[in-house]
Ligand binder design. Sequence first.
Ligand SMILES: O=C(O)c1ccccc1N[C@@H]1O[C@H](COP(=O)(O)O)[C@@H](O)[C@H]1O
Length: 211
Amino acid sequence: MPVSAKICGLSTPDTVDAAIRHGAAYLGFVFFPKSPRDIAPERAGGFGSPAHVGRVGVFVDPEEDLLAYAVRAARLSAVQLHGAETPARVAALRQRLGVPVWKAVAVRTRADLDAGRAYRGAADRLLYDAKPPPGADLPGGLGLRFDWSLLDGFDHPLPWLLSGGLDAASVGDAVGISGARLLDISSGVERAPGVKDVDKIATFLQATARL
Ligand SMILES: O=C(O)c1ccccc1N[C@@H]1O[C@H](COP(=O)(O)O)[C@@H](O)[C@H]1O
């Protein structure tokens, strides 16, 4: 099975174009004012994309009105919830929004991975990301990794993707150790926080396509 990727935190036409041209399966847009990658829903909606490329909105404990508006304005095909959303809230939002919901699970230990089981029947997919340090400004997009070997042999409750500190140099090990078939990357294709780099996007997607 091929390995595919979501390029997250896009905010300019040239980087959206690079992600599409080099074969990203998903484009990610961050709707979180504290993030250097925050984008207005209407601006994200202005970026065209072919039907086979998904459009994922990243939110952190969002207000329902923002969510519903962003799904429409940015033409989202899925929503990624990266805060402390409970299984009940995830299930309710999934019903209300009518698009698949991905729930981020912050991982440092095996027990953290097990916490994702509570979202079976509520979320469509789990996204395993590194647990941020206490007091971090952001719950994701920090370029931090967790121990990928925790995923080796894990009995996943839902379809899943791997994120956290990926880059072109490490993606082979990340996939080999974790068994991931879908990856999510943000910092690893940037030249500064929030500034995506078209060459890094191309290199990462080319490295992923060779796996
Ligand atoms: O990218 C952000 O700014 C962000 C803000 C709030 C929640 C999640 C965010 N990004 C997600 O973080 C992971 C990992 O990113 P990185 O590759 O380690 O930089 C990824 O899932 C992004 O979707």
